[in-house]
Design a protein around this ligand. Structure first.
Ligand SMILES: CC(C)(COP(=O)(O)OP(=O)(O)OC[C@H]1O[C@@H](n2cnc3c(N)ncnc32)[C@H](O)[C@@H]1OP(=O)(O)O)[C@@H](O)C(=O)NCCC(=O)NCCS
Length: 223
């Protein structure tokens, strides 16, 4: 089991018990562990990251509904974005943690405790230990380095606690602020994935800049 993986419980534990001792190892291999939320939460005293919860629904709507940048660059997030969309997201995010497929965090301003954005890790190929990070921040707090701090926190956690060996980050080639975040957080620009996605809102195929961060590149790590 990778670090950061909780012991199987609930359905997972029941599956193991039902399998019986003889098939214990086979069953263990097929049960995907949940991802344990960091305790204490990831924080650098300016931002704190914690899993989404239903109390965040009004803040999600306030941050996302009608935001022009998010509408343009994050075409997988519905618009308009109202209570129903926010509730579906919180449910989905909770399932991701439980299934162990992804770890979506709310970004909180550490001082006020207010939700100001979102940052998430997801496995692309867990067998290969390859994952990806994505993010957004509400308009009125942009340009203060909060996203960069959040990406630094989640990246170290994904590498050190989840055992991610290659952390990817993709940004539209025209999304300059997102590319700045990647560079400031220590990701290396690898190249451009041409015509990688059809952005339905922009009604065009877009090129993604591919970035990655490896364990040896984390600040303070000895290669
Ligand atoms: C991308 C986004 C998350 C950045 O959040 P943020 O909190 O402002 O990020 P940071 O403050 O950590 O860094 C932003 C950097 O981009 C720079 N920047 C912003 N707009 C820019 C522009 N038009 N041209 C050049 N640089 C720009 C800022 O100056 C800053 O760099 P600096 O510290 O060197 O001055 C935010 O703009 C956002 O939510 N956008 C919509 C969603 C999105 O695009 N998500 C990413 C999808 S890949």
């Amino acid at each position: 089991m990778r670090p950061g993986r909780a012991e199987p419980h609930g359905e997972g534990a029941a599956a193991l018990a039902a399998a019986g001792a003889a098939h214990f190892l086979d069953a263990l291999a097929t049960v995907r562990g949940l991802i344990a939320a960091p305790d204490p939460p990831l924080s650098d005293a300016v931002v704190t990251l914690r899993p989404w919860q239903s109390e965040d629904i009004p803040a999600l709507v306030d941050c996302i509904d009608g935001d022009e940048e998010m509408t343009r660059w994050l075409d997988m997030i519905p618009q308009p974005y109202r209570e129903n969309e926010a509730r579906l997201w919180v449910d989905q995010a909770t399932s991701f943690w439980r299934e162990g497929s992804a770890a979506p965090f709310a970004i909180l301003a550490a001082g006020s405790g207010e939700v100001v954005g979102g940052v998430g890790f997801r496995w692309l190929g867990e067998e290969e230990a390859v994952g990806e990070v994505g993010y957004w921040l509400r308009a009125r707090d942009r340009g203060r380095g909060l996203t960069t701090r959040s990406v630094e926190l989640i990246s170290r956690w994904a590498i050190e606690e989840l055992g991610c060996e290659r952390l990817q980050l993709r940004a539209d080639e025209e999304n300059v602020s997102s590319q700045r975040v990647a560079e400031k957080a220590g990701f290396m620009r690898e190249g451009v994935l041409r015509s990688a996605h059809y952005n339905v809102r922009l009604d065009r195929r877009v090129d993604y800049v591919m970035y990655s961060l490896l364990p040896s590149e984390l600040p303070g790590r000895v290669a």
